[in-house]
Design a protein around this ligand. Structure first.
Ligand SMILES: [Zn+2]
Length: 59
């Protein structure tokens, strides 16, 4: 399930850079959002982005 593009536009990474996010696959193959600043990849659960630094993986 992908993230609503309009939602994606208003989301930003919780890292210090608050950089935009873009759709990306997680290392485990699940859907994710990659930060364009810090390269963290956040999980997307049932279409809802989980923008928690503790939940992110670094790619
Ligand atoms: Zn970031």
């Amino acid at each position: 399930m992908s993230v609503d593009p309009q939602l994606l536009e208003i989301l930003a990474c919780p890292c210090d850079q608050h950089a935009p996010l873009q759709p990306a696959a997680r290392p485990d193959g699940g859907p994710g959002l990659a930060c364009t600043g810090c390269a963290r990849v956040f999980p997307v659960v049932d279409g809802i982005p989980v923008l928690l630094l503790d939940e992110a993986v670094t790619g």
